[in-house]
Design a protein around this ligand. Structure first.
Ligand code: ADP
Ligand code: MG
Length: 537
């Protein structure tokens, strides 16, 4: 399509002289030129032809435009028809799509359901997985530990193997040594049998020798023991001179000298004293009857000698042992040695008290042991299986004695206390029956009978009587008299089987270190000398 020329192109170049571009000021500065009428007519003709041309151009343009419009209209109708058919098609496909969409939704829904189940499953599986992972972790730790153990076991095994090799070497060495050892053992056993035989023989010999020694020392011996000064002693001490066997007491001009089997000064310990009497105590284990008495005035140390400080110490406190405890210790240590050569021993202990010639069982205080026959006097005896059994027995005896004292208004120094240990030894057919009597005598102080009354009078008479009866019995025994006056007191009667025959007796004469007790000290020493003089004869 040819493009029509523009109006300005048609108009402008042919207008000449009609310059539209001049401004007013330019125009006003110049004076307009006055044209001639012929020029004007000519110009008008040109303009008219040009207008003609324009009109023609316009109508052709109009024609063209109409044609274009027509074709456009046609195109539009065609497009409309195709759009409509397209729309129709679209509607159908929309229907299809809806259906598909619905199906898809259904599917989606079921998928969603499935999904949530799957998610739940995944969650539980994840949980399980994490557990399994944890277990795995644990297992891997355990595995590592096992691996470590295996490594150390392997190391250990290696070491064992190494030591096995050395052990094997040693084993062969040992086997060699064992055969040597067996030979040595056999010869040792032979030597041991020999030794046992000799030991038995030497024990019997020792027993005889000990007995001989005791007899040589005298079957009745007297030891003197001076109590140490105590913090409570407020009066002057007595003037004394002591050596191994003699004691000399000084009072003003008066000098009295006494000789005994042993004299123990105030500083002598219980161990020193016991060393002197241990063989005598041991002869009870060999089957002899032994009596050890503590004689002396009240306060001279008799109870301390026999029981140590157990009577004054609280139950659980450490205390000094006396002859009773020391003897019991010796019994157990000596018997255990004899058990090695076939002896077996049983120990039975009883405790009695003699007050006013009445015998009471200190292990059952309700019981008065009546009768004047030793078979009737049969106190409770308790088996002492170890040293530990002794203390409760002594405590019980003390308690019963203390209670009875308050009831009867007496004190322990006014009665005799006897601890008796019966010893039954057995070896095959051989039997020994030893007895150890440890006696804490009533105070020997002489109360003036003329001043004593009632119970005190009876008590004093009984003590004086029994102590002098004891002196008489010992005197007659040493003199080997036909008649021994055992029946003169309960004490001597109970002890007759132990005092007579080959019985062994030791008397401690305990004396006070105080000058105020001089008279009683002298009396005690005189009494003891009487007993000792007998033995010297
Ligand atoms: P007794 O029984 O003769 O009346 P005790 O044995 O009760 O006398 O002794 C009187 C006091 O002297 C007690 O307090 C006792 O503890 C003490 N005593 C006796 N001998 C000794 C000693 N060797 N060492 C320390 N104290 C002693
Ligand atoms: Mg006493």
């Amino acid at each position: 399509m040819s493009i029509p020329p523009k109006f300005c192109e048609i108009l402008s170049p042919r207008l000449g002289g009609l310059e539209p571009s001049l401004s007013y000021t330019e125009r006003s500065s110049k004076m307009p030129e006055v044209k001639k009428p012929s020029a004007i007519i000519r110009e008008q003709k040109i303009l008219l032809s040009r207008l003609e041309q324009i009109n023609q151009l316009c109508s052709s343009l109009k024609q063209k435009k109409l044609k274009t419009l027509e074709s456009l209209k046609h195109q539009l109708t065609e497009t409309n028809a195709s759009i409509e058919s397209q729309l129709k098609k679209n509607k159908e496909s929309e229907q299809d799509r809806d259906n598909t969409l619905k199906r898809l939704y259904d599917k989606l829904y079921s998928l969603k359901n499935n999904n949530s189940q799957i998610i739940a499953k995944i969650e539980s599986d994840t949980l399980k997985l994490s557990k399994i992972e944890q277990e795995n972790l644990d297992l891997s730790i355990t595995k590592q530990q096992l691996i470590n153990q295996k490594i150390s076991l392997e190391e250990y095994l290696n070491k064992i193997e190494a030591s096995n090799i050395t052990s094997n070497n040693k084993l062969s060495e040992l086997t060699e040594k064992e055969s040597i050892y067996k030979i040595i053992q056999e010869s040792y056993e032979e030597a041991y049998q020999d030794y046992q035989k000799k030991r038995n023989e030497s024990y019997e010999e020792l027993k005889k020798l000990n007995n001989c020694l005791q007899e040589l020392k005298g079957n009745i011996r007297v030891f003197c023991k001076i109590r140490p000064l105590l913090a409570d002693d407020r009066t002057e001490p007595i003037k004394l001179e002591i050596n191994d066997k003699t004691i000399t007491v000084f009072k003003a001009e008066k000098v009295s000298r006494f000789v005994f089997d042993r004299v123990f000064g105030p500083s002598a310990s219980i161990d020193e004293v016991f060393e002197e009497i241990s063989q005598l105590v041991q002869s009870a284990l060999d089957g002899y009857k032994v009596c050890i008495f503590a004689y002396g005035q009240t306060g001279s140390g008799k109870t301390y000698t026999m029981e140590g400080s157990i009577q004054t110490a609280p139950y659980d406190q450490a205390y000094t042992k006396g002859i009773i405890q020391k003897s019991m210790e010796l019994m157990f240590s000596a018997s255990s040695k004899l058990e090695e050569i076939g002896w077996s021993y049983k120990f039975y202990a009883s405790t009695i008290e003699i007050y006013n010639e009445q015998v009471r069982d200190l292990l059952d205080y309700s019981k008065t042991l009546t009768g004047f026959s030793s078979s009737l006097i049969n106190p409770i005896s308790i088996e002492i299986k170890s040293y530990e059994d002794l203390v409760p027995l002594l405590i019980k005896a003390r308690k019963n004695r203390a209670e009875a004292e308050t009831e009867c208004n007496i004190n322990s120094s006014r009665s005799h206390f006897l601890f008796q240990l019966k010893i039954f030894g057995k070896k095959n057919n051989e039997i020994t029956n030893g007895v150890l009597n440890l006696i804490d005598l009533a105070g020997s102080e002489r109360l003036k009978i003329s001043k004593a009354q009632g119970d005190r009078l009876e008590e004093t008479k009984a003590i004086n009587k029994s102590l002098s009866a004891l002196g008489d019995v010992i005197h007659s025994l040493v003199k080997k008299e036909k008649h021994i006056p055992f029946r003169n007191s309960k004490l001597t009667y109970i002890l007759q089987n132990c005092l007579g025959g080959d019985g062994k007796t030791l008397m401690f004469v305990n004396i006070s270190p105080l000058a105020v007790n001089f008279k009683e000290t002298l009396n005690s020493l005189i009494f003891a000398r009487k007993v000792n003089a007998c033995t010297l004869n």
